[in-house]
Design a protein around this ligand. Structure first.
Ligand code: 4AD
Ligand code: MG
Length: 502
């Protein structure tokens, strides 16, 4: 019989016909005469049904016994079935085992995060991770589309950098044939050169920061897109950032609505991502932090989280009692697995509870001058339902290249864009200092070696114009869009302090 090979995402074109799928066993369920095998093939899931008949008898037992993640091909007739995962079913007429797997380490029961991270190379076959990485791919595609369609020229910037682009304390050093260079923290200084040649440009690639903090927002290797525009003011740049974020949110909603819902994301939060975003200055943010709204927010957290911990304590006690009882083995396993989940949630909550008094103190005693801390950003971001531009930070807490506000030289013409509902900073940007003398004095003030920046100063010697841009972190954006607490699931192989395997 002639059959066609296809993929699960295209089964709708093959209803009533016989096709072959190439994939892996996601899970199986079997009785004496019938086996249900959910196959995944990279494009989706499909329930395949194998009935024991004269024709299938020779391979029925082999297929029925196949363990999770065994590779196989299956041939059969496609039927449409609303209730089936993916909306179709395949009635198997023949099948071939490509390679049998044994004892796949990631089973449907819950595992601790440490274990999953160590098995990241396998973990990302599971449904949640599969959705997240597909959403990431769409975000990356939309980023490129946005800039390519709006007249920006791609300028690829180097990864071996001779000098710091951001703070010197997060540089990774590399021995470069006896010279010391650094892994790029940003492509910005180079796209500044690019925009003087092409007007509107962007770079998009991996960037590196030796972040010594183990937070849910920090990776040591992350992807950043950085547009840069000649003859642009701070407000021009913020307008671009606003349109850019709206187009990413709309595209992800359009292409991944079901996946977002499956991930537990409240899609109405993303539907609300519309212009205009909130705009406020750093000084105004300080007032909010010291005010009653911030205090009330954290006091409520204390109450709610304390109550939840008490609830979990009780639940864990009950589950552990079941796990030790004389119940059936599967019931004991299920209880033990649930207890793992509850303990993980409890330990996260306890850590957060331990931090709340400190965060309250930081907010209440916020002083003009320092950068916003992670907890400060979280507060502001939680108090808003659309993204918030925070502008005009004190000059001394920001990078040397930011333009000094001519009306108030104590602040820079810069912004951070905070995603709403507590996700915090996803973009940092600014107008750049275009004045040669001011820029040079900033380089000296920061004790940066002037000779490493001579080429950058050339941009101010020859045809300097007002210009600016911003950088968006892909992983923080994906975490926000998917509603993930931690950034580690948004990149295929995360690199964090103390973590570089697999
Ligand atoms: O605010 P940052 O440090 O800005 C720059 O690098 C500028 N040169 C950008 C520019 O104006 N062209 O970083 C920009 C964004 C942050 O808002 C955040 O989304 C992400 O990059 N980011 C990180 N993401 C994950 N882990 C880290 N350690 C990150 N550091 C920054
Ligand atoms: Mg920043």
């Amino acid at each position: 019989m002639e059959t066609t090979s296809t993929t699960i995402d295209r089964l709708c074109d093959f209803v009533g016909r016989t096709v072959t799928l190439q994939g892996w066993v996601y899970k199986t369920r079997a009785s004496g005469k019938i086996a249900f095998i959910v196959v995944r093939d990279g494009t989706g899931l499909c329930q395949c049904v194998l009935e024991k008949s004269e024709q299938t008898e020779p391979f029925f037992d082999d297929i029925k016994k196949l363990a999770q993640e065994s590779a196989l091909t299956v041939t059969g007739e496609v039927t449409a079935d609303e209730r089936a995962v993916g909306g179709h079913e395949l009635k198997i007429s023949s099948a071939q085992v490509v390679s049998a797997a044994h004892d796949y380490p990631i089973t449907p029961k819950p595992h601790g995060i440490e274990f999953l991270m160590k098995h990241r190379h396998l973990w990302f076959r599971s449904q949640r991770q599969w959705h997240i990485l597909r959403i990431r791919a769409t975000v990356v595609d939309e980023i490129r589309r946005f800039f390519n369609d709006n007249g920006y020229v791609l300028i690829d910037t180097p990864i071996f950098a001779p000098a710091a682009g951001e703070g010197a304390q997060t540089l990774f050093q590399v021995d470069y044939f006896g010279d010391q260079v650094y892994l790029a923290q940003t492509g910005q200084l180079y796209v500044e050169a690019g925009c003087m040649a092409h007007g509107k440009v962007y770079c998009f690639g991996p960037t590196f920061r030796a972040e010594k903090s183990k937070t849910r927002r920090h990776l040591t290797e992350f992807w950043m897109v950085e547009p840069e525009i000649a003859y642009a003011s701070l407000s021009d740049i913020m307008d671009v950032a606003e349109d850019f974020i709206c187009s990413i949110a709309q595209r992800v909603l359009r292409d991944h609505r079901d996946a977002l819902i499956e991930l537990g994301r409240d899609v109405s939060d993303l539907e609300a991502i519309k212009k205009p975003f909130y705009r406020m200055t750093y000084t105004e943010v300080g007032e909010i932090l010291r005010g009653p709204k911030a205090k009330e927010l954290l006091e409520n957290d204390l109450k709610e989280k304390t109550a939840r911990v008490a609830e979990l304590d009780t639940k864990i006690g009950e589950l552990e009692a079941v796990a030790k009882s004389n119940e059936k083995q599967w019931k004991k396993d299920k209880a033990a697995a649930e207890a793992i989940d509850c303990r993980e949630e409890r330990s996260e909550l306890q850590e957060q509870l331990g931090n709340i008094p400190h965060h309250m103190e930081l907010a209440a005693n916020f002083e003009w001058g320092g950068d916003l801390g992670g907890s400060d950003e979280t507060i502001i971001s939680r108090l808003h339902d659309r993204p918030v531009f925070v502008t005009h930070y004190p000059r001394d807490c920001k990078a040397f290249y930011m333009r000094e506000d001519r009306e108030n030289p104590r602040v820079s013409e810069c912004f951070d864009l905070l995603a709403p509902q507590g996700f915090g900073e996803i973009i940092g940007g600014s107008a750049r200092e275009e004045d040669y003398d001011i820029l040079l004095s900033r380089i000296k003030h920061e004790n940066l070696p002037q000779e490493d920046y001579e080429w950058y100063l050339d941009l101010r010697r020859y045809g300097s114009v007002p210009h600016g841009g911003f950088g968006l972190g892909v992983e923080r954006t994906v975490a926000w869009l998917c509603g993930l607490k931690h950034i580690r699931e948004t990149i295929p192989f995360p690199r964090m302090m103390g973590k570089f395997y697999p």
